[in-house]
Design a protein around this ligand. Sequence first.
Ligand code: URA
Ligand code: SF4
Length: 198
Amino acid sequence: MKTSWPTLTQAVYACEKCRLCQTRTNVVLGEGDLHAALMFIGEGPGQQEDATGRPFVGAAGQLLDKMLAAIGLTREQVYICNIVKCRPPNNRVPEGDERMACMDYLRQQVALVRPKVIVCLGSTPTRALLGDDMRITRDRGVWQLRKGVWFMPTYHPAALLRDADKKRPAWEDFKQIRSKLIELGAYGMEGQHGDGQV
Ligand code: URA
Ligand code: SF4
C-alpha cells in the first residue's frame, strides 16, 4: 500500500526496529524536493546529521552541495537521504540487519518521490540497492536501469575528501548525471513530474 509523507515521517521518527535507535540523537529521514527527478542516497547519518536531523550537512555534505552547483543544481531541487536513518556509533558501516530493518522506509521514500535517476553515494547504497556483488571502484560511472529508474553508483563525497584522485572520476559521473536528466527531459524540471500528491 502506498504511504503518505505524514504517515512515513511519524513511523520513522518513532522507529525502534533496530539497535541504532538506542544511540541516535535525531532520526534523519531526508530532505529536498519531494517530487525531485534526482535522488541521492548515502550510507547513514554522521555526527552533524545526527545532531541536526538533516542529511549531508557536514563536510561531505558541503562537498556534495558544491558538486551539485557544478552541474547547475541546488540541494532544494533534489532529494537526499540515506540507507539507514539513524547514526551508526562512530560512523561504522551499518550492519546487514540494520540495513534490512530500515530498507522499507527507503522503498516508501522512492515510491513517494518517484525519481527518474537515483545516485548511490559509495559502496553501502550501491551494494544495498544494486547487489552485494557490486564494487564501487569497478562499477561506478555505469548506468543501470532497474524498474524504470536509472541508477548511477559513484564515490561517496567523504571518499573524495580522503583521496583527491577520486575527484576527477566523480566529476565525470556528475556530468553524466546532468546529461541523463537532460536526455530524460528532467533537467530544471523540479517539482514538475510525479503525481503531484504529497
Ligand atoms: N554521510 C552519509 O552517508 N550520509 C550523510 O547524511 C552524511 C554523511
Ligand atoms: Fe528504525 Fe532505521 Fe533507525 Fe533502525 S536505523 S531504528 S530501522 S529508523
